[in-house]
Design a protein around this ligand. Sequence first.
Ligand code: TA6
Length: 292
Amino acid sequence: MSSVLFDQQGKLSVITVENDFATAKITPYGANVLSFIPRSPRNMADLLWVSPAARFDGRQPVRGGIPICWPWFGKHASDSTLPAHGFVRNMLWQLDQVNHLESGATELSLSIESSDESLKIWPYLFHLQLVVTVAESLTLRLVTTNLSDHTMVLTEAFHSYFKVGDASKVTVSGLEGSVHIDTLSAMKRSVQTKKLFLSPPMDSVFLNHAVDAKIDDVVLSRQISVRKQGSSSTVVWNPGSEIVKGFKDISNEAWPEFLCVESGNVFEDVVTLLAGEKHELKLELFSDAFVR
Ligand code: TA6
């Protein structure tokens, strides 16, 4: 059984995919995957979190799900008037294909291209494709094609919001050996030598991190695996009780409900594409229920 339904939430179109493995939701606005609930293990909570105060008005990214940061991560390097995390999460992508695979999985392909508007803020011709595969795991592949006749340098990330039972009781393993940059402590750098025990607020970049990470959630009694390819960086973010007050689309008491573990290429881990070259950033998410 596999279905793809088109609905509306606020001013945004939302596509619901249901098959034998899972249910998922995605909005073409920013090509943001908003929800992924696997059928097994049974009664698994949504892996992803969307703020109850999220705006679905098409004027700002939905707070939650997996926003796509591209072609820059964080603040623009030289122009503070440009949006943080690039511009494609604020744009409507086109749905190109829906494929029901023989395996029973469902694959959606969306894309966006450079335009007169984008060329004003980023001087490259590009094609950007997101392929989402809904199966026992959720897979996202972001494929950048440099259509320009000159070299493109970009940073990018899947800014994934994971639903957790309590962000102050979560650990993240797999970051060991990476370079930890604490953006809340004057960019202090250190080598991450052990499992990360979350103590929000946290806004940390882990460079030279190309392997999987695991989120251990003792409150929801589950582990979320964050597998990736084509990525050298991971960012871990939760605003905590004070910084959350600066976000209109996150209620003050909601900060313990989520943890961002973002997979991409940020800071000095840039992606350089010669004319005509492609780059793929791949993310695969799945969850195992575990007994404490
Ligand atoms: O990924 C961490 C971060 O850059 C934080 O500094 C915080 O700004 C968060 O992203 C949310 O950014 P946004 O632009 O989506 O509000």
